[in-house]
Design a protein around this ligand. Structure first.
Ligand SMILES: Nc1ncnc2c1ncn2[C@@H]1O[C@H](COP(=O)(O)OP(=O)(O)OP(=O)(O)O)[C@@H](O)[C@H]1O
Ligand code: SF4
Ligand SMILES: [Mg+2]
Length: 346
């Protein structure tokens, strides 16, 4: 297997909770990301799914160095970049770019599309010398399927899907090796979501990008990902190739999420078991002891409150072969096929 292009080891992001105005006293912490180990392999698409508030965006921001981890290590091509600053950080950041969720608020309404897409060249003029910028921007517009003649238009003259294409073009401007796309289609109409996903998939293939694709929508993530990580309350609880996660999940949380995915085939729908989770997601400021999913897990036993389950291939599958053999952070991991067909349709 090739060396990871990005390695996350024990990544943590805690936001302090304080009381008092003049004399701030820390009274706790929001544990947005609480110990994530993940590898991104060169040229793969790694999907990350989980409910709202589970830490997906915080993890994404640490990957692109918009947030500094509270603890843990982030390595890019084997080099620890966690504490980099100044010129060394600038060099690395060029190669790891982000595409944001909301194409309505992430584009400056007073700038032309040409200036928006070309803005990264101000920080990295070596990528496109001044005289060459407009040509480069036109090329980028073409790459994302927009008419290069639109270069002088303003964001409000574009639809949501087109705006997200502009956001993607800006993400590609510096020819990065890694793109982290945080809910890139959630703000778009369902009718244009597939177009933007197909564009990202095509770019990933043609440019050989490593892509992190984040979404709360399991069907969308399956469509584009080679591997998928399922997050719950700041941690990855299950990780595997798409068929391992979707057709052979072993973690109760993944099974519950999958049981709620809409199934288009009525026959399959009828035979599908719905798993309804009790209670709300606990606050990331008060994470349960042991297994953080235990307050909602129908299989929870005493051991679950005492021992933190690690993300590893569970003992019962270690000697076996087959798709159930993949990392799952559960003391009582069991294979359960939730969706009876091959999976959610495209
Ligand atoms: N700057 C911050 N200060 C304090 N708490 C924060 C901050 N940013 C995020 N959080 C909290 O951290 C937790 C994780 O947030 P995050 O935005 O990473 O979740 P998410 O999985 O991206 O959710 P969504 O699906 O809604 O985008 C949430 O409880 C959030 O309120
Ligand atoms: S460790 Fe226990 S509480 Fe956690 S997911 Fe497994 S069975 Fe449920
Ligand atoms: Mg988010």
């Amino acid at each position: 297997m090739s060396e990871p292009i990005l390695e996350m080891r024990g990544l943590v992001k805690h936001y302090p909770l304080t009381r008092g105005i003049l004399f701030k006293k820390q009274i706790g912490a929001v544990k947005a990301v609480d110990g994530v180990d993940l590898d991104l392999l060169p040229g793969e698409t790694l999907g990350i799914v989980g409910e709202s508030g589970c830490g997906k965006s915080t993890l994404a921001k640490m990957m692109v160095h918009l947030e500094r981890p509270t603890a843990g290590v982030l390595r890019y091509k084997g080099e620890d970049i966690t504490q980099l600053s100044g010129r060394a950080l600038k060099r690395v950041r060029r190669n790891i770019q982000m595409v944001f969720q909301d194409p309505y608020t992430s584009l400056n309404p007073r700038m032309t599309v040409g200036d928006i897409i070309g803005e990264p060249f101000d920080i990295h003029p070596e990528v496109a010398p001044k005289g060459d910028r407009r040509r480069r921007v036109r090329e980028l517009l073409d790459v994302v399927g927009l008419n290069p003649e639109y270069i002088n238009r303003y964001p409000h003259q574009f639809s949501g899907g087109q705006r997200q294409r502009i956001g993607i073009a800006r993400g590609l401007a510096l020819r990065p090796e890694i793109i982290v796309a945080d809910e890139p289609v959630s703000a778009l109409d369902v009718s244009v979501q597939a177009q933007v996903i197909n564009l990202l998939a095509a770019l990933q293939r043609e440019l050989g990008l490593s892509l992190v694709f984040i979404s709360h929508d399991l069907s969308i993530v399956r469509h584009i990902s080679d591997r998928v990580g399922v997050m719950y309350l700041g941690r990855v609880v299950e990780l595997g190739r798409d068929e391992e996660i979707y057709d052979h999940p072993t973690h109760p949380y993944t099974q519950a999420l999958l049981s709620a995915v809409p199934v288009p085939d009525p026959l399959a729908r009828e035979h599908r078991e719905r798993i309804l989770l009790g209670g709300d997601v606990p606050s990331p400021a008060h994470i349960p002891s042991g297994c953080r999913f235990r307050t909602r897990c129908w299989k929870a036993r005493e051991r679950c409150a005492l021992e933190v389950p690690l993300l590893a291939v569970p003992a019962e599958f270690r000697l076996a072969e087959g798709p159930a053999k993949h990392p799952s952070a559960c003391h009582f991991a069991e294979e359960k096929r939730v969706v009876p067909t091959a999976g959610p349709s495209d």
